[in-house]
Design a protein around this ligand. Structure first.
Ligand SMILES: [Zn+2]
Length: 127
């Protein structure tokens, strides 16, 4: 079976966004991550009355994936219904996703993590 298209992954992300828990911002975001084994892991943003404790859709998707046994480098594409925030760009880099597809300003953009977060901090900076 061929992997889902970027458009299909964005549609999966849209469906995940519909399940977001965002009673404060009412800004629903979804993320669909395609793993190398063909599995698609979904995430949605989850807010909290203590605002800073809310979690973005990308982080819920990757946290779910890691809890299920996936590791950085296991991911091909992350499709997101909105532009990833700065913190999530760092997560996307850490997870080693090959490309990120997201909506921004009425367009669908595809970027690498290096393009999303140039001159980034990563584990090589510990050495
Ligand atoms: Zn984020």
């Amino acid at each position: 079976m061929s992997p889902p298209s970027d458009a299909k992954l964005l549609a999966v992300a849209d469906a995940a966004a519909a399940r977001a828990y965002a009673p404060y911002s009412n800004f629903h975001v979804g993320c669909a991550v395609l793993a190398r084994d063909g599995r698609v892991i979904e995430g949605a943003n989850v807010e909290n009355a203590a605002y800073p404790l809310g979690v973005c859709a990308e982080r819920t998707a990757f946290s779910r994936a890691v809890a299920e046994g996936y590791r950085p480098g296991d991911f091909v594409v992350a499709a997101i219904t909105a532009s990833p925030c700065g913190g999530c760009r760092q997560w996307l880099l850490e997870m080693g996703v090959e490309r990120v597809v997201f909506r921004n300003g009425g367009q669908v953009l595809t970027m690498t993590t290096d393009e999303l977060l140039p001159e980034s901090f990563d584990s090589s900076d510990f050495r």
